[in-house]
Design a protein around this ligand. Structure first.
Ligand SMILES: [Zn+2]
Length: 569
């Protein structure tokens, strides 16, 4: 009786009163705006506009229709954006939903997405609590045809109108007084919607790649010995942080094989121009980079360059085809092999690439070969990336991505690097058997945050990168024969190992020069085997596909401290 009187009845009255629904919707919708106004480095006028103007518009919208239930349901698209934004704020601690985030949703396979969602229970809880009640409530109110009194709607409308007007005045003031202010880019959800439209445009360009790039040619000419056997393997790593490689000075023995391998040159000052797979990988395997990325739909990859020069080519991937440029580029090869499939229960370990590489190299009809290998490397969840025999750093079995698990996450992560060390060593050993001119090039697409500082960030691909997301691992190995035949290349490579490197700018010309392929698209001074190597100013490809100087791409003080020694060239 008490329970019914004190709890059930008031709740019933609350939910029967559509006025509360009319208030709930704008309040729930403005939550991400309030958080963004705190997290984003914007002016006070911009922050105020970002709260007052949308709140005014939401109140006006809810006042527009006397059937509040129906009006609440009409607001569902805004609830979708707000929910998506809250999840991202939880993940990255800031930044509006970026163009890349929409593209990541399309280019990340389902199991990856659910792996990440498993760690987002808190964010999901907030989202469900805020947005499910008004939807259920809206449906009930719509069925019951609940209406709110006109004097309440009028009050709400007037309040909404005043706030909207105030927001417009604030925004106008920001336009006049704040340098670089952009209403579209600094007001949620206008910015998120604009980014979604841009994502659609880019996605359609990717889909049309074959047609747009049909006339493209590297005008590549082979300039070496046509009789000589040559084999080059270009390995694209996944999420390998430069800081966790023993070869780069890490104090754990994560590279026991490569550390002993003659001819391996590691580049500790390698900084990626992107923190997302779908942009970084296509740049690594083509002459695209941050400066010309907007034209990438018109380019082809290094596979085509080698084909033009008479090489037999293969693309072997342990990632799923994901409709990005990587997939289009991979399809250029004479042989394209995908090891992982949606139908497999667990993602194969990277050692699955070794058998097809072995087969291809064993084919004596292919005298000159390029094999591009796309690994799954250190992609979260780390402990799923290596067999138990590589579980050297222990304990490594904490699954949840939580700060309290950091030590275990780092152990598991280091085991993935240990395993990558083994994979690269195996590929090098296989190339050695050929006793020919050969080289292996390796670059990870980006790094990753693993709760490294007080920001407690995790994963990669955030709209604004961190130091940990862009400092990745790059290395080159030359076969004894190639090093002997071209001592100048070997010397230059060793000398350049202390220089700053953009893998996106340098791996392509390096591979081309190693294979004696000339092309007008090869910039000699960006090649790591060139004695005239001269790194370009470091840049970052931002969400709007603009190349920004690395120190002006949104990195914070905590990042710049770590980055400074790498920039010192
Ligand atoms: Zn990646």
């Amino acid at each position: 009786m008490f329970f019914k009187e004190k709890i059930i009845s008031p709740l019933e009255r609350f939910f029967d009163d559509a006025r509360w629904l009319a208030i709930w919707v704008p309040v729930a919708l403005i939550v991400p705006n309030v958080v963004l106004s705190i997290t984003e480095p914007v002016s006070a006028l911009s922050a105020a506009t970002n709260i007052i103007l949308p709140l005014g518009v939401y109140l006006l919208s809810m006042a527009a229709c006397k059937r509040t239930g129906i009006q609440a349901l009409l607001m569902i698209p805004f609830m979708f954006f707000a929910a998506f934004q809250i999840v991202l704020l939880y993940l990255y601690g800031g930044s509006v939903i970026a163009v890349d985030m929409f593209l990541n949703v399309v280019t990340t396979n389902v199991s990856e997405a659910t792996e990440l969602l498993g760690n987002l229970m808190a964010a999901m809880g907030v989202v469900l609590a805020l947005y499910v009640p008004p939807i259920v409530w809206g449906i009930c109110a719509a069925i019951k045809k609940s209406v709110v009194k006109s004097h309440f709607r009028r009050k709400m409308g007037v309040t909404g109108g005043i706030l909207t007007l105030a927001g417009i005045i604030l925004s106008a003031a920001a336009v006049l007084t704040v340098k670089g202010y952009s209403f579209i880019h600094e007001t949620f959800p206008v910015n998120a919607i604009s980014n979604m439209v841009e994502a659609f445009r880019r996605y359609s360009d990717t889909e049309r790649h074959e047609e747009l790039s049909a006339a493209f040619s590297y005008k590549a000419v082979f300039n070496g010995n046509p009789e000589e056997r040559e084999a080059y393997i270009f390995v694209i790593g996944e999420t390998a942080r430069g800081d966790n490689w023993q070869l780069g000075g890490y104090d754990r023995p994560t590279n026991p094989y490569l550390a002993k391998e003659e001819g391996v040159v590691f580049f500790p000052k390698s900084i990626s121009e992107s923190n997302t797979t779908h942009k970084s990988v296509p740049m690594l395997i083509s002459f695209a980079n941050a400066e010309n990325f907007d034209s990438i739909s018109h380019f082809k990859s290094i596979i085509t360059a080698f084909k033009e020069a008479g090489f037999s080519t293969a693309f072997i991937s342990n990632q799923l085809p994901n409709r990005s440029f990587t997939e289009h580029f991979g399809n250029e090869a004479d042989t394209t092999i995908y090891i992982a499939g949606d139908n497999l229960e667990t993602h194969p370990y990277d050692e699955a690439v070794l058998a097809p590489v072995d087969r291809l190299l064993g084919d004596t009809l292919r005298r000159k070969q390029l094999i591009v290998v796309h690994t799954y490397g250190s992609h979260f969840k780390y402990q799923d990336r290596y067999p138990k025999t590589f579980s050297r750093f222990k304990p490594d079995d904490a699954i949840d991505a939580r700060l309290s698990n950091r030590d275990q996450l780092i152990n598991a992560y280091d085991n993935t690097i240990l395993y990558t060390d083994f994979i690269l060593h195996s590929l090098i050993s296989r190339l050695k058997q050929e006793e020919c001119r050969a080289a292996l090039l390796y670059a990870a697409d980006h790094g990753e945050d693993i709760f490294d500082d007080e920001r407690h960030r995790f994963l990669h691909a955030s709209p604004v990168p961190t130091y940990w997301q862009i400092h990745q691992a790059s290395l080159v190995w030359l076969s004894p024969r190639l090093a002997t035949e071209n001592p100048e290349m070997h010397e230059a490579l060793c000398r350049n190992s202390s220089r700053r490197v953009s893998p996106q700018k340098s791996l392509f010309p390096t591979a081309m020069q190693l294979a004696s392929i000339e092309s007008p698209m090869v910039v000699d001074t960006l090649s790591l085997v060139s004695p005239d190597y001269n790194p370009a100013p470091p840049v970052y490809l931002n969400d709007l596909n603009q190349a920004r100087p690395i120190t002006a791409c949104g990195l914070r003080e905590a990042d710049l401290i770590h980055l400074a020694p790498l920039l010192d060239d």
